[in-house]
Design a protein around this ligand. Structure first.
Ligand code: C2E
Ligand code: CA
Ligand code: CA
Length: 281
């Protein structure tokens, strides 16, 4: 600006500039991250809330940045979505997860054949090649389609429900299972829910955090979601379970499955076999 003599305006501009340039850095580094093999898939177990047996794992991407170390998805997934890089990144995560999980399934035959859940951005869902890509990766890895769960957030799903419905039905034809992630944070009405070809609802961390505390009715939402799941014959997974009190409350309200730090943080593939080993009889 020509006549902003004040120091504040200049400071503000420099901040804008440095934010924009670090954003550009992140963007160009992310473009190279895939080729440089800097992305990692971590896995977090999903357990039966009563027996605490492992029934599946959720694949969660991390970026092992050469200077900054491990970067969490909240920092780079939005950039990947804005730039369209989520399409090749999402494909890589799916291929990597199914390749690694196929290995545990053969190396640890006693380990219950856990399913694998992979997060899908709505941008991927709207990509015309998405269903074909999933079919190709399933064929190339030999992974059992019925043991693949695709997680889509409720907000993303409801954004363009007409177009998304077609894709969801095509995915079901492949045999894969569909989950609504962070259910209860979006705008879906119950009548829509009964029309969606989904099998699982995930209760987000925010509805679990208040459970089992001082106030016994702190989070009636989790209770409601479990009831909705039961009425529509959908599986329910409570996410972000951190304490025994939360576990007890989830048993009381009847959530069948749980996931959270109480059992394990997300772990790299090589730790999964080890971790399964400690939990086998
Ligand atoms: P999400 O799908 O809701 O994943 C659950 C998040 O909760 C993960 O964060 C997980 O590490 C964290 N978490 C697990 N247990 C606990 C707990 O007991 N307490 C608390 N407070 N948090 C817990 P993460 O790995 O940082 O991922 C954040 C989000 O990034 C994910 O949320 C998902 O929306 C997105 N994301 C991760 N991987 C991918 C991916 O491959 N593709 C896409 N499109 N999105 C991804
Ligand atoms: Ca998820
Ligand atoms: Ca979630």
């Amino acid at each position: 600006a020509k006549h902003d003599g004040g120091g504040r305006a200049i400071v503000f501009r420099q901040e804008m500039h440095s934010t924009a340039s670090s954003r550009l850095d992140l963007e160009s580094q992310l473009r190279r991250a895939l080729d440089n093999r800097e992305l990692r898939v971590y896995y977090q177990p999903v357990v039966d809330i009563w027996t605490e047996d492992v029934v599946g794992f959720e694949a969660l991407v991390r970026w092992d940045h050469p200077e900054r170390g491990l970067i969490l998805p909240l920092e780079f997934i939005p950039v990947a979505e804005e730039t369209g890089m989520i399409i090749p990144i999402g494909e890589w995560v799916l291929r990597q997860a199914l390749t690694q999980a196929q290995r545990w399934r053969t190396e640890a035959p006693r380990a219950l054949n856990p399913w694998i859940a992979v997060n899908v951005s709505t941008l991927q869902l709207r990509d015309a090649n998405f269903v074909g890509m999933v079919a190709d990766v399933l064929m190339q890895t030999g992974f059992d389609p019925t043991a693949l769960h695709l997680e889509i957030t409720e907000t993303g799903l409801m954004n363009d429900i007409g177009a998304n419905l077609k894709t969801l039905h095509a995915l079901r034809t492949l045999g894969v299972q569909l989950s609504i992630d962070d259910f209860g944070t979006g705008q879906s009405s119950l009548s829509y829910l009964s029309l969606l070809p989904v099998q699982t609802l995930k209760i987000g961390c925010c509805f679990i955090a208040g459970l089992g505390g001082e106030d016994p009715h702190a989070s009636p939402i989790a209770d409601v979601i479990v009831s909705v799941g039961r009425a529509l014959k959908l599986t329910v997974i409570a996410e972000g379970v951190e304490t025994m009190e939360q576990l007890q409350e989830l048993r009381r309200i009847g959530s069948p499955l749980g996931q959270g730090f109480l059992w394990s943080q997300p772990l790299p593939s090589e730790k999964i076999l080890e971790w399964l080993g400690t939990r086998l009889p």
